[in-house]
Write a protein that binds this ligand. Structure first.
Ligand code: H2U
Ligand code: ZN
Length: 345
């Protein structure tokens, strides 16, 4: 279709935002920044790592000799529960309110050198179980209206340590981006009497051009409206508002989908693929959210190699997001990748 061969705007119905796509620019020469290639860590235990079993953390606590996953309160939490309620509003121009919350760190494995694609499916399943339990436990707290589980992977995404880990920040109020998704899903649900992401996924599965792969219960696709070059969304085929209602089999399929997504990513540029990943689940604000469909976003910065990344600068910071490589081409490139990790071939 010629629309997709020329500059065009695409709509993101989840965030109610637009993105500019400039497919003709993919042939432009690159004379910009090239990072030094990092060889993946290979030691199973690092005495200097604050996440390895038995080691001391920055606040002086010692990690237990954990065998599977390990969770602790973030020693430098951005949010904490004991905050006095307070508000200001001066003419709608100076507004602020207090915010309570809880921040935790999750170690995926005692092994310092592993990442999700190199972990056994059973070990990834343990992480899925922990995410589910944490979402339940934190969401049940009265002052927690939203639970954000996420992971920064790789130093290019600001990750502080190669030890496989993620974070949870649980907030009193629903933060801005999930709040936008909440509004969009709610409006769609009210006007169509169906779920936005169920309907979207059905269309994508029928078309196939943006699907990376699927298993029995999950699909991984490059969204039509993706901003980052190799951004993907991972979502269950059945309607689930959160991880809580996934069956045992669906949890196993989720672990499988996470391993395969990570493997394809790493194989794309033969590197430990950096990204920020997060799970969007229904708010835990005490309201019903039949509109909400749980999904994972992966936002990786790499564009053309292990060293050439996309910068969100200039027009993106000042006007709107923009991409060159189309979502369809990105999906085709990821679809071509083998599912055996390049480090174990
Ligand atoms: P990142 O790799 O995404 O930065 O996450 C690591 C988190 O671990 C970070 O939020 C916390 C940092 O505050 N941390 C501790 O809680 N204890 C430590 O000893 C070091 C780091
Ligand atoms: Zn470690």
């Amino acid at each position: 279709m010629s629309l997709f061969e020329h500059p065009h705007r695409r709509y993101n119905p989840l965030s109610n935002e637009w993105i500019l796509v400039s497919p003709h620019r993919t042939k432009r020469p690159w004379q910009g920044k090239t990072d030094e290639i990092r060889i993946p860590e290979s030691c199973t235990y690092d005495p200097g790592c604050y996440l390895c079993p038995g080691n001391k953390r920055a606040d002086g606590d010692t990690n237990p000799a954990y065998q599977s996953t390990f969770i602790f309160r973030n020693d430098f939490s951005a949010l904490y529960p004991q905050v006095p309620d307070a508000d200001i509003d001066e003419g709608g121009l100076l507004r602020a309110h207090s915010e309570k919350g809880i921040c935790r760190v999750i170690c995926y494995s005692p092994r310092h050198d592993l990442t999700m694609p190199l972990m056994e499916p059973e070990a990834i399943r343990s992480v899925v179980d922990l995410w589910t339990d944490q979402y339940r436990e934190l969401g049940e707290l009265e002052h927690i209206g939203y639970v954000q589980i996420f992971e920064n992977k790789g130093s290019q995404m600001g990750c502080s340590n190669p030890h496989p880990h993620g974070q949870i920040w649980a907030d009193e109020q629903v933060p801005q981006l999930p709040a936008r998704e909440c509004t969009a899903q709610k409006e769609y649900h009210e006007s169509h009497s169906s779920c936005l992401l169920c309907d979207y996924l059905a269309r994508e599965l029928k078309k196939g051009e943006r699907i990376v792969f699927e298993n029995g219960s999950f699909a991984v696709l490059v969204p039509f409206w993706a901003i980052w070059p190799y951004e993907v969304m991972l979502l269950p085929k059945q309607h689930h508002a959160s991880l809580l209602t996934l069956s045992d089999n669906e949890r196993n399929d989720l672990a499988d989908a996470l391993k395969r997504t990570g493997t394809r990513y790493d194989n794309l540029f033969s590197t430990s693929f950096p990204y920020s990943m997060g799970i969007h689940q229904q708010p835990t604000d005490g309201n019903d959210h039949p509109e909400w469909h749980v999904h994972f976003h992966f936002f990786p910065p790499l564009l053309r190699s292990a060293t050439v990344k996309k910068f969100m600068v200039g027009y993106e910071l000042l006007a709107m997001p923009q991409r060159d490589i189309t979502a369809e081409l990105a999906a085709a490139n990821l679809r071509k990748m083998p599912e055996t990790h390049f480090l174990v071939r």
